[in-house]
Design a protein around this ligand. Structure first.
Ligand code: PMV
Length: 334
């Protein structure tokens, strides 16, 4: 029986950046995220009698020697080991999110794969266990099992139980996230490559880790208290620290394009004008803007206008509005 699952993507407000151990993909720092709709991944897993797993992404066969295939197969091996199965499978995934462009397609991808594949192999797992498994595929995927706000603690070496937790937001916290596209095509280096490079060579990495717990605590409290300004300020601080640590690596690296700079300056300008809006960037050039749901449509126009009048640049594609999304779910085959 084919099993189809859907997982929404999530954006980290307080970033995960750095690993304790690569093998179990244990994060060196915790993180706080918001799951978003409409972006996400739909994945169907069907057990087969073939000699190898077969993986299709966005209508294309992914060949066995690619990194994407290897990551999916390694993840399926973990699930097969848990299920005590040697049977291979066919995985068909569709991303409703630009792939590998810093919009966290790996988060929704590994969350949907974990949910669909565990079911297809006959396992019935609770959400924490699904989150723990998803984390091994991609750190951010652990959070996409949950709807709304979620946090992920940092892992300790040998801590196999590290998984994400939902956070109950104060009832007045009605937020939206604007996605401002700031480049076309795929990002030049993956988040894993960039974070390992930072860890290995950046003199700022140890301070990033040292100062991270305070940001996480402040961010979680702001969600629980419905304090959008504190949440937004903490979010900007976290993303700038993360990117600064990468810039200070040897050789230094940055994902920003001129559009990224124009977008973040426009957000700061609009904040001075009285709008409650804050930016964040992941391992990619795009800017995501946290704001109240009531302001989202107005800011969608104002950010593009301000980028154009002040910097002579427009977002590389229309700005989209995302809203808090639900937990990952089974669409078919339950
Ligand atoms: O899930 P990964 O291994 O692709 O890493 C995600 C890293 C960031 O997106 C930059 C931050 C985060 O917490 O999602």
């Amino acid at each position: 029986m084919p099993v189809t699952a859907y997982a929404h993507t999530n954006i980290a407000l307080v970033k995960y950046w750095g690993k304790h151990t690569q093998s179990a993909n244990l994060p060196a720092v915790g993180s706080l995220s918001l799951t978003l709709k409409p972006f996400g991944t739909q994945t169907t897993v069907t057990l087969t009698h073939q000699k190898e797993d077969e993986f299709h992404l966005n209508g294309m066969l992914v060949t066995a020697f690619t990194l994407a295939y290897q990551k999916v197969r390694t993840h399926l091996e973990r699930i097969r080991e848990l299920a005590g199965s040697h049977q291979h499978c066919l995985v068909i995934s569709e991303n409703n999110v630009p792939t590998a462009a810093g919009l966290a397609s790996s988060a929704s991808g590994f969350a949907a794969l974990t949910l669909a594949a565990t079911k297809a192999y006959g396992l019935t797992l609770e959400t924490p266990e699904l989150s723990r498994l998803a984390r091994m595929g991609s750190g951010s995927a652990a959070r996409s099992l949950y709807g709304g706000f979620a946090y992920m603690p940092s892992g300790q070496v040998g801590d196999e139980k590290c998984y994400a937790h939902p956070i109950k937001a104060a009832s007045g916290l009605d937020v939206a996230m604007l996605i401002v596209p700031c480049a076309q095509g795929e990002k030049p280096i993956s988040s894993t490559q960039a974070m390992l490079h930072t860890e290995a060579t950046s003199p700022y990495y140890s301070d990033w880790v040292k100062t991270h717990a305070d940001d996480l605590e402040r961010g979680i409290k702001a969600v629980e208290n419905g304090d959008l300004s504190t949440l937004g300020e903490t979010m900007e601080h976290s993303t700038l620290k993360m990117h600064a640590s990468l810039m200070a690596a040897q050789p230094g690296f940055w994902y920003f394009t001129p559009h990224t700079i124009a977008a973040i300056q426009s957000v700061r300008h609009l904040r001075k004008e009285g709008y409650t809006c804050y930016f964040t960037m992941d391992a990619g050039p795009h800017v995501k803007v946290l704001c109240s749901k009531a302001d989202a449509h107005q800011l969608q126009t104002l950010i593009a206008q301000n980028m154009h009048t002040t910097h002579g640049l427009l977002p590389t594609a229309p700005i989209e509005i995302a809203e808090p999304g639900p937990a990952a779910y089974i669409l078919q085959g339950d």
